[in-house]
Design a protein around this ligand. Sequence first.
Ligand code: NAP
Length: 357
Amino acid sequence: MLLRYPARSEPAARTVAAATSASHPATAKRDGRIGIAVIGGGGFATETLLPAIGATPDFALRTVVTRSSASAAKVAQEFGAAQASTDPEGVLADPSVDAVVIATRHDSHAPLALAALRAGKHVFLEKPMGITREQIDALRDEALTSGRIFTVGYNRRYAPLSLRVREWLATSAGPAVLLYRVNAGHVPAENWTLDPNVGGGRIVGELCHMLDLLSFWLGPELVSWSAAALPSAQRAAPSPQDVVVSLRFRDANRNEHVASLVYTSLGAPALAKEWIEVHAGGCTLHLTDFMRLEAQGARARTEVLRKPDKGHRAEIEAFRDAIRGAPNALLGAEEAWASADLALRIDQQLRAGAATE
Ligand SMILES: NC(=O)c1ccc[n+]([C@@H]2O[C@H](COP(=O)([O-])OP(=O)(O)OC[C@H]3O[C@@H](n4cnc5c(N)ncnc54)[C@H](OP(=O)(O)O)[C@@H]3O)[C@@H](O)[C@H]2O)c1
């Protein structure tokens, strides 16, 4: 017996109108607002980026894109997007989308951002900028010539207490010594962030945050660096997770500063995640988890926020302001590339087993 099936005339629709929720009515009309699509609706987008976008006037959430239609529909409904999609290309061709936020896993960052810029969209790309040199170089070149706003989500430089540290350093007007300890925590070997082809490892995927912040505080010029690491005990995670990096920077006034960045997966879970100590001109600053800042010495004072603020909300507002043409306080392509480039060089050297450069 021969069974004949009708030929499929059209592919299944991959972008659909989202259901509305009572708490977040869909923002189908832009009303002069910036139409935005979010590609990637996982843990970070739903806990941090989408709430920040929802709280920022001037954005109209057009589309949420994920790999599976079920998660796209769920996240789109939860955050009041007009559409849910599994088709990034279709979303980039949508003229009602002015800007895209990309929060997928790391291997798709650079290809999606490149395609978005080529489609004429403004791009907010979660870190890292890419996981290979070819990716970050091509993306920087495209961003610099695209005429569109492009940034990478190094949120710590927008944190209120980070800005205080920068002001404090500027008024110190002399050399500084900085210690930055990151209690990064253990990540199981099978986690995607450790897969060199998906996450790129923790140096490329997370240490880039700290390298950017140090450059923001002490740079812009990186004079030299050296790095040492414990060998990775996990076969599936060849990228080191316990690293000490020494860096020397030169600021715009030609002051030189040195920093020691200690990143470990071996610390006690209860210990603060990020602890920073800065010494300059006989004074000391302690910053703990972007929540408590204590100055000792001539300018002694303590500032404690009600909860940690790592700058996520402020960076989304800065993205909006840059699109609207306000003086651009946003991290640009060249600076974003510099931290990505340094992270790749440190990772490559440590994987190769060398200790210094
Ligand atoms: N700045 C920070 O403080 C911070 C903190 C944490 C994480 N992050 C960053 O946030 C990003 C996402 O991390 P996460 O933990 O949220 O990851 P995740 O939970 O795995 O979420 C990834 C999301 O991307 C979607 N996706 C994957 N490939 C896609 C593609 N090609 N096209 C469209 N959608 C795709 C997935 O769809 P499905 O849902 O269908 O699988 C999922 O919704 C990463 O870049 C990470 O480094 C930043």
